[in-house]
Ligand binder design. Sequence first.
Ligand SMILES: [Fe+2]
Ligand SMILES: [Fe+2]
Length: 202
Amino acid sequence: MRVILTSLIQIIYKGGVTLSVNNAMTADFLRSAYGGESMAHMRYLIWGDVAEKEGLPNIGKLFKAISYAEWAHAKNHFRELSEQKGDFTVAAGAVFGNTKTVENLQGAINGELHEINQMYPVYLETARFQKERGAEKSFHWALEAEKIHAKLFQEAQDAAKSGQDYQINSVHVCPFCGHTILNEAPDKCPICGAPKDKYKSF
Ligand SMILES: [Fe+2]
Ligand SMILES: [Fe+2]
C-alpha cells in the first residue's frame, strides 16, 4: 500500500512541477518539430543571403525575420523536452534546393503549407488528446505563426516573379511565439499576448 501511495505521489509531483512530456508520441512529435524548425531557421538564413545577392534586400530581410521566428518555435519545442535527456535520431521533414529566389520562395511556401495543413494540426491534436498542455501550446503558437509566413512568402514571390523586390519597410517578430507582422508591431501579440516592446525588428 505504501509503495503504491509513494508511486502515486511521485507521478502527481512529476506532472505538476516539470516541463516534461509524459507520452512518447508527443515527445516524438516535439523532437521532429524541433528538427524541422531548426532546419527551417538555417535554410531561411541561407536563402536570405541569396536574395540579398540577387538585389532583393527586402526579401532577404523577410527570410531573416522569419528565420528568427522559426528559432523561437525550435526553442519552445526544445524547452518542452527539457526532461527528455539523451541522444535521439530525429526524423524531420525539410525542403532542399538552393537556386534562384523565386524558386527558393516556392520551397519556403511548400514547407510552410506542409506545416499548416498536415504537420502541426496532427501534432496539436495528439498533444491535446494526450493532455500534454505545454506541447499543445508550443504546437499551437507555431501553427498560427506559420499561417502568416505562408502568406508573406507568397506575396514576396508574387513581387519577385514580376522582377521586383517585396515592397515593405520592416518586419517585426514576437520572440515568444514567432508572430510575424510587416511595418509595425502591434500593442499586444495576437497569438501569445506579449507586449509591443518585446518584438524584434528587422
Ligand atoms: Fe514558418
Ligand atoms: Fe507572441
